[in-house]
Design a protein around this ligand. Structure first.
Ligand SMILES: [Zn+2]
Length: 177
């Protein structure tokens, strides 16, 4: 009779541990606070494991926030912990965020709206590959020109705004760049 009791104790302990670690939790995303930080409906903040804001002239931090919002704001997602990443007391939990089976952390990198962070985790190699792909396809932050033409920001000799349109990242046309 001792064995079943032991198993039950183990099962209970395990379920308590996973509950506190929010592993496999199904949650609703209320807000996107940062390209790598979301807020759940209960107010809990969750960090997206393994990613950070990209350094880029092509997209702003706000562009990245909007991209992540379009993907998961108001949606039900599944959070998963990584065995290589230890939860620290008082620190924001770092999680993989899945939407319908898609790993959003990696999707952000693939779309060019996030860069891999220095954190060690199980999917670091996959994230690096996704980053290299995004770079070679010039997606998002890797773009070398804007996707839509905007009016040149330079002022002409007459003192009026230049009327040319440009896709240059500088925001200036060929003459004023
Ligand atoms: Zn111009």
């Amino acid at each position: 009779m001792k064995r079943p009791v032991l198993w039950l104790a183990c099962a209970l302990l395990f379920s308590c541990l996973s509950a506190s670690a929010r592993a496999g939790d199904t949650v609703s995303v209320a807000k996107v606070l940062s390209p790598d930080l979301i807020q759940l409906e209960d107010g809990t903040k969750i960090g997206l494991l393994g990613i950070g804001t990209p350094k880029s002239r092509a997209v702003t931090k706000q562009d990245c926030i909007e991209h992540l919002s379009n993907l998961i704001k108001g949606k039900t997602v599944v959070l998963e912990a990584d065995t290589l990443v230890v939860d620290k007391n008082g620190k924001t939990l770092q999680r993989y965020v899945y939407l319908d089976g898609t790993l959003i952390n990696m999707r952000m990198i693939s779309d060019g709206y996030a860069a891999p962070s220095k954190t060690s985790h199980s999917l670091k190699a996959e994230f690096a590959t996704a980053f290299a792909d995004a770079k070679s396809s010039q997606r998002g932050s890797h773009a070398t020109e804007k996707s839509t033409a905007e009016q040149c920001t330079a002022t002409t000799q007459k003192g009026t705004r230049c009327k040319r349109y440009t896709t240059n990242l500088s925001g200036k046309c060929w003459q004023h760049e």
